[in-house]
Design a protein around this ligand. Structure first.
Ligand SMILES: Nc1nc2c(ncn2[C@@H]2O[C@H](COP(=O)(O)OP(=O)(O)OP(=O)(O)O)[C@@H](O)[C@H]2O)c(=O)[nH]1
Ligand SMILES: C[S@@+](CC[C@H](N)C(=O)[O-])C[C@H]1O[C@@H](n2cnc3c(N)ncnc32)[C@H](O)[C@@H]1O
Ligand code: SF4
Ligand code: SF4
Length: 327
């Protein structure tokens, strides 16, 4: 599919649950968000049907996210079925890593070969604080486990936060010397819970580059690139096993290259992360709509894609938080 700005849309990010076992300060309120009822959430067979229709329209890359996607009951058989659909070229998962130690092997066997794992600090006490209760060792053991299994690339997502992880950027960068990890610094976006904290906590990727270069020397653009469908720009340190990526969603947005649609856990096609428009596909699925009708809903969503987000100039709230939309 192509949108009205001639962008090719071939990537669907599917939020398979709005629930999470962590409560990251910038993503969720302490009590969590009110989850949709079981009936409101798409069943696994319904999500698979959406994927089939997406494939008919040229979408061949899928990402499972949430909430915490590995909490969703039936996620492994679902991935196995998704991987068997003709036309699927890439299945990736964005996860907080808490369940990787026990689920890594099953994920691999089901057909996932690469993972993005959120990890905002290498300090146990700070990790516990930012996630409101998480255990760093549990996540780190999971990371070592998936590296051992052979997942590649394994990417770490680090939301850059002033007065929180601003002394750790070089430590994260150093990890790439010892491990085949792709550490990615993400600019904090004002959405949901982080709407109010973005002003004080925001750090630009430019600043992170300069801090890392002061400590570790010049970063070079990654020669061979890093497999992925997203907007990160990758650099390397000499003799590193991994790379250092930057996701500058705020200071220099990448919307001109936007390639994606989202499916929310409650069955809405979402044209843009930062735009309230949504197209309901759940009712059509449940009232027996045929492929053509479902395809039309995809076309409707693609037609609603904005040229870019307007966060810098005071865009209206996204309407829901990252964990609900599928960040
Ligand atoms: N502005 C914007 N930011 C996004 C979008 N999708 C993801 N992001 C940001 O990018 C971060 C990393 O996303 P991931 O889920 O790891 O996926 P990715 O980096 O796009 O995926 P790959 O390159 O395929 O590995 C998210 O945490 C968001 O902060 C998007 O559509 N728009
Ligand atoms: C919403 S989570 C869902 C998947 C999974 N629970 C995880 O944490 O990886 C997806 C990604 O969104 C990022 N994220 C959440 N809120 C954000 C914000 N306000 N700005 C930038 N990234 C954000 C998280 O750090 C995480 O990497
Ligand atoms: S960022 Fe991921 S792990 Fe953290 S609260 Fe949001 S959904 Fe949960
Ligand atoms: S903010 Fe919207 S237009 Fe920009 S990259 Fe994200 S989804 Fe695409």
């Amino acid at each position: 599919m192509e949108d009205r700005f001639r962008r090719r849309i071939d990537y669907l990010r599917m939020s398979i649950t709005d629930r999470c076992n962590l409560r990251c300060l910038y993503c969720m309120p302490p009590q969590g968000v009110t989850s949709r009822t079981r009936d409101e959430i798409l069943r696994m067979e319904e999500i698979l049907r959406v994927a089939e229709v997406a494939i008919q329209l040229g979408i061949n890359k899928f990402r499972l996210t949430g909430g915490e996607p590995l909490l969703r009951k039936g996620v492994i058989p679902f991935i196995r079925s998704l991987a068997l659909l003709p036309g699927v070229e890439d299945i990736a998962v964005t996860t907080n890593g808490t369940l990787l130690l026990e689920m890594g092997e099953q994920l691999w066997d089901a057909g996932v070969k690469r993972l993005n794992i959120s990890l905002d600090t290498l300090d146990s006490e700070k990790f516990n604080r930012i996630t409101r209760g998480g255990n760093l060792k549990q996540v780190w053991d999971g990371i070592e486990k998936v590296l051992e299994i052979g997942f590649a690339p394994v990417k770490l997502n680090i939301v850059a936060l002033r007065n929180f992880n601003d002394r750790e950027w070089a430590d994260f960068a150093r990890l790439t010397l010892d491990y085949p990890l792709h550490v990615r610094f993400i600019e904090l976006m004002p959405i949901g819970t982080s709407w109010t904290m973005a002003g004080d906590s925001f750090v630009s990727c430019e600043e992170i580059v300069s801090v890392i270069e002061q400590e570790l020397g010049e970063l070079n653009p990654a020669k061979s690139g890093v497999r992925g469908c997203g907007p990160a720009e990758y650099y390397t340190l000499p003799n590193s096993k991994g790379s250092i990526g930057f996701i500058h969603a705020m200071s220099n947005h990448f919307c001109a290259d936007c390639n994606r649609l989202r499916l929310t856990a409650d069955g809405k096609l979402r044209p843009c992360l930062h735009d309230q428009h949504e197209v309901d596909i759940r009712e059509a699925l449940r009232s027996g709509a045929g492929d053509r009708e479902l395809q039309q809903l995809f076309h409707k969503a693609v037609a609603l894609k904005p040229a870019n987000h307007h966060l810098a100039t005071g865009a209206p709230e996204a309407g829901r938080g990252m964990c609900q939309i599928g960040g």
